[in-house]
Design a protein around this ligand. Sequence first.
Ligand SMILES: [Zn+2]
Ligand SMILES: [Zn+2]
Length: 362
Amino acid sequence: MAGKLAPMKSPPYITTMRPQDILVPQPHGLCCRPGEFYIDPVRPVARALITHGHSDHARAGHGAVLATQETLDMMRLRYGDDFAGSTQAITYGEEIRFGTCQVKFHPAGHVLGSAQISVTCGGVRVVASGDYKDVADPTCAPFEVVPCDVFITEATFGLPVFRHGNPQAEIAKLLNSVALFPERAHLVGAYSLGKAQRVIAMLRQAGYDAPIYLHGAMETITRYYESRGIALGELRPARDAKKVELAGTITLAPPTAIQDLWTRRFPDPLAAFASGWMRVRARARQRGIELPLVISDHADWDGLCATIEATGAHEIWVTHGQEDALVHWATTKGLTARPLALVGYGEEDEETALPTSDGTKA
Ligand SMILES: [Zn+2]
Ligand SMILES: [Zn+2]
């Protein structure tokens, strides 16, 4: 051999950073020790980075809060002006440094203002998805795939039985029902933050231009969406309408309201519910839902798997939801995967509905 040795190639970076040195699950939530912050903490902390406005992720009582403007506004609407010691708004793609970490927020496609949070430290990037969906939603910025080393994914619908299908087809079902039963009032149960506004926007996309009625608990947040430039057409408070006027109309209400006494003000009410859980017929029956609409703001099984692959991450941490099947799937793909035992997150809670415009709980 002619004695020329190829020069030793050094790796693109030399790091002793392990992903768990960057983010680690703790009772308060996901903790970044080098950056000295928590992501979506469930208990009060000095510095919180918040992915989105749903109340299981965005809680009051933190020292400093960093989030998108929309998420900060939603927290203000729910908790009042003094919900945190101080706040800072961050835009998608903007970079902020905490200690040795660079932090960026990226669209999560879940609700208005929702973000994934990427934390890069020592050449390793960890992305915490928050809640996300990879399908179109006229009320928020589309999900962005963020290449990373470690992807922390939610798993609300992390079972192969959950395939949400085409949401426009579900909207068509609702409109068919309204045409078929012009004497009945259609009550559509939907989470107050995000789902309700998405259903309204999709009804408008489908060409439905009649006034849409709102339960009191929906008003504040829906008007906020409009103030951010989301066109929702003519909206009316249901409480101002006479019973007879409500025949053949559509009203959006929190899921709990469509089964209670509140429905008495409607002529022959027909209960619908827009949720990924409506794929499970037994759930719909249990709740007395006549018209289940499979419309979800979370990725379904295919969406979760496709997103994990698209990130290029070699390590997957799975949190809040059905972790086991997704961990197993990732393992069969040759990825390192583990469930994260984070507690305090769940379905967007309908109990803590936003106050009505006159300040009372609806
Ligand atoms: Zn959420
Ligand atoms: Zn969640």
